[in-house]
Every structure is written in structure tokens, then in C-alpha cells.
Design a binder for this molecule. Sequence first.
Ligand SMILES: [Zn+2]
Length: 254
Amino acid sequence: MHGDAIVVTSLLWQTTATAIRSGEEAMLIDSPYFPDELELLPTVLSQSGFEVSALLATHGDFDHVLGPLAFPELSLGVAESTMLRLQRSPGEAQRDLRDSDGRLYVDRPRPLALGGTQSLPAPGKLELGEQELELYPAEGHTADGMAIFAPWLGVLVCGDYLSPVEIPTLWRGGSVADYRATLERLGAVVERAETVVPGHGSPGSREDALRLLEEDGAYLDALERGDERPRLPEGRDGPRQRDLHSENVDCAQG
Ligand SMILES: [Zn+2]
């Protein structure tokens, strides 16, 4: 990828954290999971020349909002829709994190604090150095979220969409209709992108993302038909993805 963007991938769920730089300024989007990954992150990034001065999260799921654990002095920017979710369900991310940590026997040196969270308009633009990031609403996986595009780098960070390792998932207010609208919106941005960074899994090319876009549309068709055992996309058809499909069926009906 371009030297002004760097992607760190967590050992948990291949969750991505992306730093984007313009001149002397850098922002970090989303977060890795494990305490040692978070602890090392500021050093790894600064050794690569990324002096992070702001944090962003693509959506409010707990695995994407852990940036403040690595950079406690920085505030976290989220879409208005995510701010609303955080306000409506205070403590949800902390509870989910505690549950997940409990299952994995993970100890943390400090609790997650989201008090410094700031709301950003999506659609909207956000200044970074001499450049501007483009923010797009991205709802459907959950009731909230945004995708972030750095036009000068051709890098799109799309949150929990267009993943090469996970089928589309509906969760916490997600819906097929919103998911489709987001895929359509992302499609137009993908056409302008060189690299697409999903919330989970390796970054891919524009062509990779266009293929995922098509596969995910076909999957949503099957989900809407209520298929119990649809053909899942290649590479995303293991037992865990079958379980996610069953959860999607419950969520879509429920
Ligand atoms: Zn996620």
C-alpha cells in the first residue's frame, strides 16, 4: 500500500486498524484487540512516521472502539449515528468487551473510557493535514456507522462490510435494507479506490472489493429468501460462517 497508510491486523478476528497520514498529521481508524497489541501500537506507528493526533471508529461495536486504550489522551471521532447508539446504550461497548475478555481469559491494565467521544457528520468531510477525508454513512451491519475514504491515497476504510473473511452480518439494529443501501453507496466509492480495508481481513484491490460487493449482494438475496443453507461465498463458507448465517436469519426475521 501507499506509504501514507498503514494497516495493523489484530490476531483476534483479523480486526484491522488503519493509520492514514497527510504531511505531519495522522489519524488512526479502529483498533486491534489484545492488550499487548494496543500497548505496542503507538510505538509501531511512530517508528513508521505516523504521529497519531486523532482517533476514529467506523462503528460502535466494541472491537472497533478500543483506540482510546492505546491513546488515552486522544478523543475518538464517530459518526452521528454511532454517537446516538453510544448515548442510547451507555456502557454497552464496555459490557461486550468484558464478556469477550472473560471468554478469552484476557486481563486489561485499564478499563475502556469513551467519555471523550466526538460526533462527526456523515456524509461529511474531515480535515487531515492539507487533505480531506470523506465520510460516508454505513449502516445495516448495525444501526450505526461510517466508511472513511482518503481520496489522495485511494484508500477506503469501510468498517464491517466487504470482508474477505466474514459474510455480511446483521446485529444490534442492523437490517438487510440498510445493508443494501450501504453496499450501493460503497460501490460508488470503491470505483474511485485503489485499496479497500475491511473491518476484518486483509486489505484488497478495487477488483477484490467489486467481487465481494457482488457476492454480498447475492448473499443478502438468499438471506431475504430465508434460505436455511444457502451457498456461501468461497472462502467464507466454513462452520463459523454457517453459524453467522443462522444468527442473520434470526435477526432478519426478528
Ligand atoms: Zn467488527
